[in-house]
Design a protein around this ligand. Structure first.
Ligand SMILES: [Zn+2]
Ligand SMILES: [Zn+2]
Length: 175
């Protein structure tokens, strides 16, 4: 996979973020997302491409969930330039976990499921910020921070929606 991070030989290069949305995700949820992401991340352009049909090959029949890594590979291949973020409506898993809110690959992109986000735009914003934090090189954080790992919807609800000082600094240093 190609790296699309916006830093090359000491210079910042424009970063495109392509947001793919499956048709069952309400517009109400994603309305203010691009503005928020432009403020938080070193992203210079955002394209929102709606109506992306999820590939049936990523659906796990017995678990009745999508394989999040499979969806990430699909999203990355769908994407020609820049970082990709796929937002979708169905529940997702990775092997070893009952469910995931999303997964990310550094420098490539991420996927986020709205399935457990209680139809709350603020909750979606938080999870998208967390996954994009991974894309831009951040690890899980133990301080009050959006990069805290959450094991449950309860924990995810409680965690901060902003980066702690340490993660903010690291994010800025990366660019
Ligand atoms: Zn994480
Ligand atoms: Zn942090």
């Amino acid at each position: 996979m190609k790296l699309h991070i916006g830093y090359f030989e000491g210079k910042i290069v424009p970063v495109n973020l392509n947001i793919l949305v499956d048709p069952d995700v309400s517009h109400f949820l994603t309305m203010e997302l691009d503005q928020h992401l432009m403020e938080v991340f070193p992203v210079t352009n955002i394209d929102v491409l709606e109506s992306v049909k999820l590939p049936i090959t990523c659906w796990n029949k017995s678990r009745r969930q999508y394989n999040a890594h499979c969806l990430l590979a699909f999203a990355a291949s769908h994407n020609s330039s820049g970082i990709v973020m796929l937002i979708f409506s169905k529940d997702a898993f990775v092997s070893g976990l009952n469910f995931v809110f999303g997964v990310a690959s550094r420098g490539v992109g991420a996927v986020v499921s709205i399935y457990r986000l209680e139809n709350d735009p603020g909750f979606l914003k938080k999870e998208v910020t967390h996954e994009l934090g991974h894309v831009f090189g951040l690890e899980h954080c133990t301080l009050p921070c959006v990069m805290t790992f959450s094991n449950s919807v309860w924990e995810a609800r409680l965690k901060s929606s902003a980066f702690c000082e340490k993660c903010s600094r690291q994010l800025k240093q990366a660019f």
